[in-house]
Design a protein around this ligand. Structure first.
Ligand code: ADP
Length: 743
């Protein structure tokens, strides 16, 4: 860094506070703010218990050092405390707050909270010059101090489990809350299925139905009730008819998800008790209500809430140090998978307009404010709910669904969604077992609604999958089977070799006209190595599994003195899991094949480790991709660090292995799988209608679902190392580096 900039930053003091309701991931954001501010040469202070600490001053505003944020990434809640502070709502309270900040020269603050906290911050910023004049006039601060800090800089990050904020696609804590909800729905589904019971699950969300909607999709619920989209009149009968039909088709459990703020078209609340009453009356069954309450707020943050909140915190500091404090206050959020800056008060105003529009019954405006993604999620849920068991082929076409590539969590979720949505569109579905080996051998059978009952939350691949690539003879056999089973469209749900095999069929169309049909490849791979998609289904589950194990490894180290861990993660040659797991778990060193490993790196890292242990650090964590270097293997690295580290520390190696491919899919992976399946089925409909035969890879790119021609696979992919040529996450290595190494 330019030393003049560094000197300039030395004079800057930043305050960080968490305010309003706590949310998992707030600690990751605080850590990122503290560490990036220190790395940029600024001073940074934690303001404890939200605005209360600012009003109280004294010990509640504490300078933060690097190590003060060690070991907090994996902790729920907020280590700097949060509170509601009525005093800050009054000018007198804000006057004291201004004085207390100036004691430390703080004139830039990062507020992590909800709309109330961010509104308070904006009021404070606007009043700042007047507050300072008043403090000077009252003799509480010298004029020179006021003149040195004429403006207050504000950056807001949204901490809210509800995901209720306009201007950011996700709020800090929402993904973790969804994890808690899905854990509960899965647990309740299994007991409900054993007793053939009907359950109502009430989730948080007074004005925002995101948790209920995403929870209902991911949990495979039958019905959902939201604040933003009141059900049509007569919904009670529709709901009961749907549940009855599910039971008649052999479904053993029924789940209705109710957002706490659900209401009808007249604005009257729809309570869980009311829904229970309706179901018991009409269906004559026992109905249990579970209100999830505060469990949704608690627990360790998900991998996403750790890495996303870290990126937000880094960007907040970039903004505060890059602009003069007089600039308009900004919200740092995430839009279309990119960190963005948005005008704070515009976002607050839009957020507040939602409940007003709901109260006024202006639901069109509500959906406008919620955005296209929310509307699409709702459509996906509705389509899944409409997919009734008795819907067979209604003159549609026949779609074959199969896997290819390594198993990954979310494969079953995607198959379930394809089957039910294709049936709902009037098509019929054949399932191919055992990948392309099964296709060549004719291991194909018709699937109905009940064939995939209970598949949504299950990990693994019930249809069977493998990495087999069909030979020329097998391609001819596949073509024969396509003809024999009258297949009109093919969807391959899987990973790299599934894509290669699907493209082989596409390329063989000239020889085998039976293969001249629409083909969709839907990305499911823990490696996240598929071109045409920023995220593949399965990668989020694997990342969460890795991060949970690393949490345990870290805890085991509490008993020992100085210990270094090398954790080896999967990914083949693709560094996604290593980079993201390293970022989400606070690894000091991340090794990828893309960057390679050389002896100089290992020596530098060894020296850094020795230095950090000498400074009092007790644990060092390294995350290494399994193929980072062929010769400098994990055992080699451990042996080298152990020998060269001498008495400074000992080293343990953990190779995580196949647990990363297992596990029930995360909420994010379930929602993504269902959304992509819905788009894929829509694509087939268009292809059949217009007589087209395109072969595509479907995937999320910058937040949108995009179809990329399958023939581009070879241009977009690095064929030597089975990974995309463009890897958006590689740039995050420098963020991980920034957060791990004090300058
Ligand atoms: P959230 O930030 O989660 O919406 P609250 O609305 O309770 O939570 O706000 C948290 C704190 O922010 C309040 O206790 C108060 O100190 C401060 N605050 C909220 N609204 C305002 C306001 N309009 N003016 C000043 N301070 C406010």
């Amino acid at each position: 860094m330019d030393s003049s900039i560094e000197r300039e930053h030395e004079a800057i003091s930043i305050g960080v506070l968490t305010s309003g309701g706590d949310a998992p991931g707030m600690n990751a954001a605080v850590r990122a703010v503290v560490r990036s501010a220190l790395n940029r040469g600024a001073k940074v202070f934690a303001i404890r218990e939200g605005y209360q600490g600012m009003v109280d001053g004294g010990d509640a505003i504490r300078p933060m050092k690097w190590r003060d944020t060690a070991g907090i990434l994996q902790r729920g809640g907020t280590i700097i405390g949060t509170a509601r502070c009525p005093a800050f709502r009054e000018r007198a309270g804000r006057l004291s707050a201004a004085q207390n900040l100036l004691v430390h020269g703080i004139d830039r603050i990062v507020v992590i909270g909800g709309d109330g906290s961010l509104t308070g911050a904006d009021t404070f910023r606007r009043e700042w010059p007047g507050l300072l004049d008043e403090l000077v006039a009252g003799g509480r601060i010298p004029r020179a101090l006021a003149d040195a800090h004429p403006q207050l800089g504000i950056v807001g990050l949204v901490g809210s489990i509800d995901n209720d904020f306009c201007g950011t696609d996700m709020t800090i804590g929402a993904d973790t809350a969804l994890h808690r909800i899905i854990e509960a729905i899965d647990a309740i589904s299994s007991t409900a299925a054993s007793h053939q019971r009907t359950f109502i699950i009430e989730v948080m969300g007074r004005n925002c139905g995101y948790l209920a909607l995403a929870g209902a999709i991911a949990g495979g619920a039958d019905w959902v009730l939201l604040p933003e989209i009141p059900p049509q009149d007569g919904w009670e009968d529709q709901m009961c008819a749907l549940l009855r039909a599910g039971r008649a088709a052999g479904r053993r459990d029924s789940i209705v998800v109710v957002a706490e703020g659900a209401r009808d078209r007249a604005g009257r609340p729809i309570t869980s008790e009311a829904v229970q009453h309706i179901l018991e009356e009409q269906l004559n069954v026992e109905v249990r209500v579970t209100i999830l309450g505060h469990v949704q707020r608690g627990g360790a943050p998900s991998a996403y809430d750790r890495w996303m909140s870290s990126l937000l915190g880094v960007e907040a500091v970039e903004l505060l140090l890059g602009t003069s404090p007089s600039s308009e206050p900004c919200l740092i959020g995430i839009q279309n998978n990119r960190i963005v800056r948005a005008p704070l008060m515009h976002c607050v105003a839009e957020t507040r307009a939602v409940p007003q529009a709901v109260a006024a019954g202006n639901f069109e405006r509500v959906m406008q404010l919620r955005g296209a993604d929310f509307a699409e999620l709702h459509e996906v849920f509705e389509a899944m709910a409409r997919a009734l068991p008795d819907q067979g082929s209604r003159g549609g076409r026949r779609i074959a669904v199969m896997h290819g590539g390594a198993p990954a969590p979310g494969m079953n979720t995607a198959v379930r969604a394809v089957v039910r949505l294709a049936l709902e569109h009037g098509h019929d579905v054949h399932a191919v077992r055992n990948g392309f080996i099964g296709l060549a051998a004719g291991n194909i059978e018709p699937f109905n609604w009940g064939s995939v009952d209970g598949w949504g939350p299950q990990g693994g691949a019930l249809l069977g999958t493998n990495r087999h690539l069909p030979t020329a003879d097998e391609i001819a056999l596949c073509a024969g089977q396509m003809q024999a089973h009258a297949i009109d469209g093919l969807i391959v749900i899987g990973g790299w070799s599934g894509y290669v095999a699907a493209d082989t069929l596409r390329a063989a169309r000239v020889l085998h006209p039976e293969l001249d049909i629409p083909i969709v490849c839907l990305p499911v791979s823990i490696d996240n190595n598929l071109p045409g998609s920023d995220f593949s289904v399965g990668a989020d589950t694997a990342l969460n599994a890795i991060v949970r194990v690393i949490d345990m490894i870290k805890q085991s180290a509490i008993a020992s003195q100085h210990r270094a861990f090398v954790v080896e993660v999967m990914g083949h040659y693709c560094g996604y899991l290593a980079v993201m797991a390293g970022l989400a778990s606070g690894a000091e060193h991340i090794y990828t094949h893309e960057q390679g490993i050389c002896m100089a790196d290992l020596q530098r890292d060894l020296a850094r480790m020795i230095e950090s242990f000498e400074k009092g650090n007790r644990l060092s964590l390294m995350v290494r991709n399994e193929a980072a270097n062929k010769l400098y293997t994990t055992p080699f690295m451990c042996a080298m660090f152990e020998e060269e580290g001498g008495a400074h520390f000992d080293v343990r190696n953990t190779v995580l292995g196949h647990m990363q491919q297992g596990g029930d899919p995360s909420p994010e992976d379930r929602v993504r799988a269902t959304q992509l399946a819905a788009r894929a089925v829509g694509f087939f409909g268009e292809q059949f209608a217009y007589g087209r035969r395109d072969a595509v890879m479907i995937g999320h790119q910058h937040g949108d679902v995009v179809m990329t021609p399958l023939k581009n696979f070879y241009d977009l992919g690095d064929m030597t190392f089975d990974r995309p040529k463009e890897q958006w996450w590689m740039s995050l290595l420098k963020v991980a580096e920034l957060l791990e190494h004090a300058r």
